[in-house]
Design a protein around this ligand. Structure first.
Ligand SMILES: [Fe+2]
Ligand SMILES: [Fe+2]
Length: 349
């Protein structure tokens, strides 16, 4: 029924300029190509005084103390905008496992989460015990948790995108635009990491943990994605559910005054640029709301991908659908949220 009501317009990003390219010549062509070049090779800075040869790696090692000019940060993937109301409406949700593979994905995730909690000394407070000192989280503890979480969360999108990219090349098959969304997710998670790295400098123990965790997780996820991509997306959906629990608790801590400084402290410049934070909403609290909303989108996208046919279904987040009747459809922003994912029967073909 949806099929007959909806005009589907499948447009891959940038397809129009590429099609128009041979038709444009002369001055228009020069302007067109300059436009393309500016779009890809972004302006980093206007004034420069030294060449790359004269720079020292120590000036910009990506660490907390690096001498980085934040005004030179360039956003590669523009972040979709969101209203305050949409950000505040994000909430904890759980996709009820329906199949045997859902239950496996859920159990594996819970096992990983409890091991992670044990290693990092995190105890989730039972209701009413949020103020109990045994469960209190300091700023340092929150940041350590975020850094660890984000460095792991950036792996699945990259692996999924890479595997699908290789499938497309090797099997000479269209990908139906899943790769773009998966790589964008990986970029978004890495942006979370870069933002929190501005506030926390991981010690040797944390760095070793990350090294080990990435080595193990990347390889396991890679093999699993080759064999069972659908279960992997469900697993990531459950992982994102836990990320939302974490950020929701952090928001509650800030608002209850247990991390009061974050109510007023300005977010790092890199976050302001990435999210285009409005002047009146640039605090750490605002930032955590934005990050949580990103995790909610990852939760939705991965649960949706976990419902789709991995080979034949289009990615509803990358291919635009124009709906004459206004039937809600998946979107990259927060305008049509579906925390536990969209079912195949709800998505226009
Ligand atoms: Fe994240
Ligand atoms: Fe995420």
């Amino acid at each position: 029924m949806i099929k007959s009501q909806i005009t589907v317009k499948l447009l891959l990003a940038n397809s129009k300029p590429l099609l128009l390219r041979p038709l444009i010549s002369g001055p228009a062509s020069a302007a067109f190509h300059t436009g393309r070049a500016l779009g890809y090779q972004k302006e980093v800075h206007e004034k420069w005084s030294k060449t790359l040869l004269e720079t020292k790696p120590a000036d910009d090692d990506g660490s907390l103390n690096a001498k980085i000019d934040d005004s030179r940060f360039v956003v590669s993937w523009d972040h979709p905008s969101a209203t305050l109301q949409q950000l505040h409406q994000v909430s904890v949700a759980h996709h009820q496992p329906k199949t045997f593979s859902d239950r496996i994905a859920n159990k594996v995730l819970l096992l990983i989460r409890s091991s992670f909690d044990l290693i990092t000394g995190y105890h989730h407070p039972p209701k009413g015990k949020e103020d109990d000192p045994r469960y209190q989280m300091s700023e340092r503890k929150w940041l350590e948790r975020f850094v660890f979480l984000e460095s792991i969360a950036g792996v699945p999108g990259m692996v999924g995108g890479m595997v699908r990219h290789l499938h497309s090349l090797r099997l000479m098959r269209r990908d139906k635009a899943w790769i773009e969304t998966l790589l964008e997710e990986a970029y978004n998670e890495r942006m979370h990491l870069l933002i929190f790295m501005k506030l926390s400098k991981p010690g040797v123990f944390m760095r070793l943990m990350l090294l080990g965790a990435q080595g193990v997780f990347f390889n396991l996820f890679f093999v699993s994605y080759l064999l069972f991509p659908r279960i992997c997306h469900r697993f990531v959906g459950y992982l994102e559910e836990e990320a939302i629990v974490t950020y929701t608790r952090c928001i509650e801590d800030i608002e209850a005054g247990r991390l009061s400084d974050w109510k007023t402290r300005k977010a790092p410049q890199i976050a302001i640029d990435y999210y285009h934070l409005p002047t009146e909403n640039q605090t750490m609290l605002d930032l955590v709301y934005y990050v949580r909303a990103d995790e909610a989108k990852h939760r939705e996208v991965n649960h949706t991908f976990g419902n789709l046919d991995q080979k034949f279904d289009r990615n509803p987040y990358a291919l635009k659908v124009i709906d004459d009747k206004g039937t809600p459809q998946p979107s990259t922003d927060l305008s049509a949220p579906k925390p536990t994912g969209w079912e195949r029967r709800e998505i226009a073909a």
